[in-house]
Structures are given as structure tokens and as C-alpha cells.
Design a protein around this ligand. Structure first.
Ligand SMILES: CCCCCCCCCCCCCCC/C=C/C(=O)SCCNC(=O)CCNC(=O)[C@H](O)C(C)(C)COP(=O)(O)OP(=O)(O)OC[C@H]1O[C@@H](n2cnc3c(N)ncnc32)[C@H](O)[C@@H]1OP(=O)(O)O
Ligand SMILES: Cc1cc2nc3c(=O)[nH]c(=O)nc-3n(C[C@H](O)[C@H](O)[C@H](O)COP(=O)(O)OP(=O)(O)OC[C@H]3O[C@@H](n4cnc5c(N)ncnc54)[C@H](O)[C@@H]3O)c2cc1C
Length: 664
């Protein structure tokens, strides 16, 4: 029934004020109001309609994306939106496009790695979109191993230029978004060569296409790398291939904040650490953590609303069947994902703070927290994207058969989201970076270097090695200190065990390779500890709103105890808890699921997703699922005609043949 809220009873059950929770989720009243206003603006604009994208062919889809991106830019200017509002508008447009890379990586790379002069030269053009840029780092032969890139930038003393060249097939740039068809410029990562000496990988600004006719400049071969996973998904993006044949660029187009090349061809390294060449990746990884909470929240919102609408079994004497959300198995699969969405939100908030802090320190030439920022962004990017990707697929299964329909929104969300486990650093490769950081922190313990930040707990090594959980009742697991101690002891013991095993190798690198699988488990335990701790710290703040804090406490406990249950082997084998304490945690978890149940719909309403942004019939705010599913089926192009194209050509002759045979 149109206009009826089928989930009204569910909403009435809520034991907290959902409008206050919306503000906590958004981060502040300002962020909530901004997000709410811009999401509605996008939802009401017919150009941003997206319910037909999965039926478009690649070329139509791409054109549709260009139209939306241009319209977004037009609206941003017409409405005079600021940077924060413009980002929200592009986010709610919800179709990956070249503008993501222009604003998300090209501009930040120039800001982070360019000198003041370079910023003054390039940013005004980029900010007005008079040039469009991408981030061209990955090559056909190397992505994870940035040091292994093969593109060269050779200094020519005579002309004061760099000569960009792709010496091998594997040196072709491969993957950069926006490169394939649209970008006029790129930040290209290439090996700097001066007088036959290789100075390693540096960033260069290169023009790729003419600003007059958009054709590739001489010496440049460029194109799209082809269809990717899914129908629409990331196919709206022109991920590209690029080859340079001795293309010349002026010397001042090397990004020179970290190191410079003088007119005489002298290489000068400033006091800034070399790793700042990787700075754009740190920036984007931090955004990706926040984005993981959004992606997961969308899937969880769809699965939760649909689980309250869907009924199977249990009818007695003609009464309603059971809502599938009331099945304990459904709750045990769904509610930890709901809790994870909230947990990642707060971890993302904290990471944003850490990133802002490290950026301010860098301005003041304090580089001390850069390794911590790298390890945290790498680790949390890896952890949150893996959970979000698996979580979206779990939500599809939680919706049964209808979850597999395109109109559920889940196949599209999954297809567009899963490359997050790979781009901006393969998740395993990034966890290995965290492991290196942990092993380094442990190796420095004996030299009196006190670990700080997220590794501070390792400084209490002796105490954590002695630790035994004192839980005796299920409710003891609700105490934040009990949970944090158990997670710290588990993470510390796993890392210390790795460090001990590493010390048995005469060559530490051999040891690192051999123990890599254990090392990533230790790194995962460390990252989970960070997320649990940041959730608990959030709850120590003043959180206004009727019942809001209580709900968050329940979700925080679910997040931690679900992890404990899932990784029970770690907790038991490291001797942090006993089997009895493990089963008490599970008992507590069951009780927490029951506490979430009446609040589940309101907790997903607090994400404040519009129906446009969710793009899901199963997740509709009003719960009016069946009539809309039925209506949607008839819109499929296959239903445009009663008899499909090809029937007369291919199937009818078969049927006629059968008929003839039968008559004979
Ligand atoms: C839907 C609409 C949304 C609209 C919103 C738009 C928002 C924008 C968001 C954008 C969305 C995302 C779009 C996706 C586009 C994707 C882009 C890409 O994928 S770009 C390419 C990314 N590539 C990678 O991530 C490569 C991964 N590899 C690496 O990062 C490195 O090579 C490595 C870290 C794995 C290893 O590097 P290497 O030099 O070999 O390092 P070492 O191991 O020797 O370490 C040396 C030393 O440096 C430290 N280190 C390493 N990395 C960093 C860093 N980034 N920062 C600081 N320090 C770093 C390392 O720890 C070592 O330290 P040491 O003290 O010596 O031990
Ligand atoms: C949708 C999408 C968009 C992208 N956009 C861009 C872009 O705009 N610009 C850009 O420059 N790049 C972009 N990329 C490229 C992306 O950054 C790389 O694909 C990513 O960094 C992974 O590198 P790789 O492909 O070389 O994987 P590989 O390193 O080849 O990974 C293959 C396998 O090897 C494993 N592996 C690799 N090294 C190790 C190791 N040391 N130890 C253990 N296991 C290892 C990995 O875990 C993985 O299982 C994009 C990629 C995708 C999918």
C-alpha cells in the first residue's frame, strides 16, 4: 500500500531517540544537516536517477556518468557549494567517475607533494576543472611493489626537461581511474634518472591530452583497460592504460616538495622524509575507512529492514508467520555487521583526527608520527574493507533469493565495493606493513624506546604476558576494561610470539617471509584492538540523547564479543581466557542480540540513507517491498515485448520441428 509505513510498529519499539542517534552517526549536528540537505537535493534531481544503470551497455553507462558528473559540477557552481558540500554531492551521486580521482587523488597529490609555486601554478586550474587529472602510479607489471615501477623520467641537461618513457610492456600504466578517456593531465610516478643514476620513484605532472581537441599528445598511447567485474558497478570509470614514447616535460613539473632537481641536474633531498611521496595513499586510505562504514551501513540497512518485512514459517492458527529478523541465526549474522558499521564509523572519525594531526605536525617539520599514521591507515583500511566486502555479501544472503535481484541494490553495491580490498594497497600487503611496524616496536623495547600511540600497550609487555582474565559471570564481559585487557593481551602475545620466532632466523627477511601468515594474524589482532578501543573511547565522551549511549554500549559490546567469539582460537591458545570464559562471552552475546532486536530498525534509520542513495526495493524506508518488487519486474527490457527477440529465429523452429516429428 502506497503511503503506508509498513515498518511503523518496528519504529515504535525503539528505546532511544533516533534523531539524536543520527547526529552521533553523522559526527555533529552540522555534518548531519549538511548530509541530509545534500542527499535530498540529489535524490530529487532527475538527472541523478540511477535505477536504470544496471541495464545500460558500457558506452551508454559511460556517457550517463559523464552527464551526471557534468551536472554535479554545474549544480555545485550554481548553488555555490563549498568543498565539504561538493564532496557530499558527488558521494550521493553514487556512480564512480573520473571526478573521484581528480578531487580524491590528483589534487591531493599536488597539494601534498608540490612546492608552494607548483601549487600556485596547478591548483587554480584543477580547482576550476580547467584541467582534469588522475593518479598514474600502478603499471601492468607492478602495483603493490611501488619501488619496482619501470616508467622512467630521465633528466636532459641540455633542454632542462625530463623525458618520460615506458621502456617495456610491463611499464605501461594500467588501472588509473579517469585516465582511459577523460583526464587531460596525470600525476605520473616514474623512476628519476640523472646521468644514468637511478634515484627511485618520484611524482611528475604530465599533460596527456590536448586542451583544444582532447586528442592524446604526441608520444602518448592511451585507452581504457576494458570491462570489470559486474554490469554497471565500477564500469562507469575509465580505468586506463598509458604509454610514453620519450615524452618531454619541463623540469618544474617534477613534484619537488620532497626532493628537487636543480637546473644543473643536481639531486637535492630536503629534510622531508622520502615516504611523503606515498602521502596521497595515506590520505585516501583514511577516507576509505570512513567509506567502509558507509558501504556496510547501506547493506545492513537493506538487510535489516527486509528481515523485518520478510516472514517465513511459524504461523499458528492463521496468525502471521515469523519475521525472519526474529530468528536467532539471522540476528547472529546481522547484528555483528550492524555493530561493525558503527565501530568503523568511530574508527574512521579517530583516523581522520590522526591524519589531521600528522598533517599539522608535518607542516611544523615534526615527522615523528608519520610511521604511526602509515601503520594505522594501512591496517584499518585493510581490516574495514575486508569486513565490509564480506559483510555486503552476507547481507545479500540474509535477504534470501530476493537479495540476488539487481533491484535489491546488493549485487551492485557488492560489485562496486569489492575492489576496495585491492586498490590503495592490497589488503594482505598492507597488513604486512602493520606487522613490520609491530616487529620494529617490539625490537626497540629493550633499547628503552617506549612505544607510543596505538602500540603503547606493548610497553606493558610483562604485565600483559602475566594477564589472566578474571571474568566469572557473563555480565563481566560488559566491562570495557575487561574487554580491552583481553584484546591487548591477545594482540601483544601474538606479536611477541612472532618476534620470538623471527629471532630464530639468521636473516630477518627470510624469517619475515616464512612467518608471513602468522604476522598478518598478529597485525589483524592489533587492528581489531584499535577499533574496539576507539569505540570504547567514543563512549567515554558526553553523548546526549535519550537512550542513545545505552544503544551504543550494546553495539560496542556486540562488536567486541563477536570478534572474541570468532577468534576464540587466538584467545584460548594465547592463554588470555579459559574455555569457560569464552562460553560466558557467547552467553552474553546472545543476550545482547535480544537487546538490539527492538531497536534494530531505528538503528539503521539513524544512518539517514535516502531511498535514492540505498537504491534498493528491499531496503525501502516504508517497507513496501512486495508491490514494488512486482512493479519493478515489469520494467525489465525483456518484458517490453511479450515474445522476446530471437524467439522466432531460434526457438520456434525447434518447437515446429518437434511438432513435425510428433505428426510423423
Ligand atoms: C563513489 C563516490 C565517492 C566520491 C568520494 C571521493 C573520495 C575519494 C576517495 C577515492 C576513492 C578511491 C578510488 C580508488 C582509486 C584507487 C587508487 C589506487 O589504487 S592508487 C595506487 C595505490 N597503490 C598502492 O597502494 C600500492 C601499495 N604499495 C605501497 O604502498 C608500498 O609500496 C608498500 C608500503 C607496500 C611498500 O613500499 P616500499 O617502498 O617497498 O616500502 P618498504 O617496505 O621498503 O618501506 C620503506 C619505509 O617506508 C614506510 N612506508 C611505506 N609506505 C609508507 C607510507 N605510505 N607512508 C609513510 N611511510 C611509509 C615503511 O613503513 C618503511 O618504514 P621503515 O621505518 O623503513 O620500516
Ligand atoms: C578498481 C581499481 C581502481 C584502481 N585505481 C587506480 C588508480 O587510480 N591509480 C593507480 O595507480 N592504481 C589504481 N589501481 C591499482 C591498485 O592500486 C593495485 O591493483 C593495487 O595496489 C594492488 O596491486 P597489484 O594489482 O599489483 O596486486 P599484486 O601485488 O600483484 O597482488 C596479487 C596477489 O599477490 C599478493 N602479494 C603481493 N605482494 C605480496 C607480498 N609482498 N607478500 C604477500 N603477498 C603478496 C597479494 O596479496 C595478492 O593476493 C586500481 C585498482 C583497481 C582494482
Amino acid at each position: 500500500m502506497e503511503g503506508v509505513d509498513h515498518l511503523a510498529d518496528e519504529r515504535n519499539k525503539a528505546q532511544f531517540d533516533v534523531s539524536d542517534m543520527k547526529i552521533v552517526w553523522a559526527g555533529s549536528r552540522h555534518a548531519y544537516e549538511l548530509s541530509d540537505r545534500i542527499s535530498r537535493l540529489v535524490a530529487s534531481d532527475p538527472v541523478f536517477k540511477k535505477d536504470n544503470v544496471s541495464t545500460l551497455g558500457r558506452k551508454e553507462l559511460f556517457k550517463n556518468t559523464l552527464k551526471k558528473a557534468a551536472h554535479a559540477w554545474k549544480r555545485i557552481n550554481e548553488l555555490g557549494l563549498n568543498e565539504e558540500e561538493a564532496l557530499k554531492l558527488r558521494t550521493f551521486m553514487d556512480q564512480p567517475s573520473f571526478t573521484d580521482l581528480h578531487w580524491g587523488m590528483f589534487v591531493p597529490a599536488i597539494k601534498g607533494q608540490g612546492t608552494d609555486e607548483q601549487q600556485q601554478q596547478w591548483l587554480p586550474l584543477a580547482n576550476k576543472m580547467q584541467i582534469i587529472g588522475c593518479y598514474a602510479q600502478t603499471e601492468l607489471g607492478h602495483g603493490s611493489n611501488v619501488q619496482g615501477l619501470e616508467t622512467t623520467a630521465t633528466f636532459d641537461h641540455k633542454t632542462d626537461e625530463f623525458v618520460l618513457n615506458s621502456p617495456t610492456l610491463t611499464s605501461s600504466k594500467w588501472w588509473p581511474g579517469g585516465l582511459g578517456k577523460i583526464s587531460t593531465h596525470a600525476v605520473v610516478y616514474a623512476r628519476l634518472i640523472i646521468d644514468d643514476k637511478d634515484y627511485g620513484v618520484h611524482g611528475f605532472i604530465a599533460q596527456l591530452r590536448s586542451l583544444n581537441d582532447h586528442l592524446p599528445l604526441p608520444g602518448i598511447t592511451i585507452g581504457d583497460i576494458g570491462m570489470k567485474f559486474g554490469s554497471a558497478a565500477y564500469n562507469s570509470m575509465d580505468n586506463g592504460v598509458l604509454r610514453f614514447d620519450h615524452v618531454r616535460i619541463p623540469r618544474n613539473q617534477m613534484l619537488m616538495r620532497v626532493s628537487q632537481v636543480t637546473r644543473e641536474g643536481k639531486y637535492v633531498h630536503s629534510s622531508v622524509p622520502r615516504q611523503l611521496v606515498y602521502g596521497t595513499m595515506v590520505y585516501v586510505r583514511q577516507i576509505i575507512v570512513f567509506d567502509a562504514s558507509v558501504a556496510l551501513s547501506r547493506a545492513v540497512c537493506i538487510a535489516t529492514r527486509y528481515s523485518a518485512v520478510r516472514r517465513q514459517f511459524g504461523s499458528q492458527n492463521g496468525s502471521h508467520e515469523t519475521q525472519v529478523i526474529d530468528y536467532k541465526t539471522q540476528q547472529a549474522r546481522l547484528f555483528p555487521l550492524l555493530a561493525s558499521a558503527y565501530a568503523f564509523r568511530f574508527a574512521g572519525e579517530w583516523l581522520k583526527w590522526l591524519y589531521t594531526d600528522v598533517t599539522e605536525r608535518l607542516q611544523a617539520k615534526d615527522f615523528s608520527t608519520l610511521p604511526e599514521a602509515h601503520a594505522c591507515t594501512a591496517g584499518l583500511k585493510s581490516l574495514t574493507t575486508s569486513v565490509a566486502a564480506d559483510g555486503i555479501e552476507e547481507c545479500r544472503k540474509l535477504c534470501g533469493g530476493h537479495g540476488y535481484l539487481s533491484s535489491s541494490g546488493l549485487p551492485e553495491l557488492f560489485a562496486v565495493y569489492i575492489p576496495a580490498c585491492t586498490y590503495e594497497g592490497d589488503n594482505v600487503v598492507l597488513l604486512l606493513q602493520v606487522a613490520r611496524y609491530l616487529m620494529k616496536a617490539i625490537s626497540q623495547l629493550n633499547s628503552g624506546n617506549k612505544p607510543v600511540g596505538t602500540t603503547a600497550y606493548l610497553g606493558r609487555k610483562e604485565q600483559l604476558m602475566q594477564y589472566r582474565s578474571d571474568v566469572v559471570r557473563a555480565e563481566d564481559w560488559l566491562k570495557p576494561s575487561v574487554v580491552v585487557e583481553a584484546f591487548e593481551a591477545r594482540a601483544a602475545r601474538m606479536s611477541l610470539a612472532c618476534a620470538q620466532n623471527l629471532s630464530k632466523f639468521s636473516n630477518p627477511e627470510d624469517g619475515f617471509q616464512e612467518l608471513a601468515a602468522d604476522l598478518i594474524e598478529a597485525a589483524t589482532a592489533h587492528c581489531q584492538l584499535i577499533v574496539v578501543s576507539k569505540f570504547i573511547e567514543k563512549l567515554q565522551q558526553d553523548i546526549p540523547g535519550n537512550g542513545v549511549k545505552q544503544q551504543l554500549q550494546v553495539l560496542c559490546s556486540i562488536y567486541a564479543l563477536f570478534l572474541l567469539h570468532k577468534h576464540i582460537g587466538d584467545f584460548l591458545t594465547t592463554g588470555c581466557i579459559t574455555p569457560k570464559q569464552g562460553s560466558l562471552a557467547n552467553e552474553q552475546l546472545r543476550s545482547l542480540y535480544s537487546q538490539v532486536r527492538p531497536n534494530a530498525i531505528a538503528l539503521v534509520d539513524a544512518f539517514n540513507h535516502t531511498d535514492h542513495y540505498l537504491g534498493s526495493i528491499l531496503g525501502r524506508y516504508d517497507g513496501n517491498v512486495y508491490p514494488k518488487l512486482y512493479e519493478e519486474a515489469w520494467k525489465d527490457p525483456l518484458n517490453d515485448t511479450v515474445i522476446p527477440d530471437g524467439f522466432h529465429e531460434y526457438v520456434e523452429p525447434l518447437l515446429k520441428q518437434q511438432l513435425r516429428n510428433a505428426r510423423l
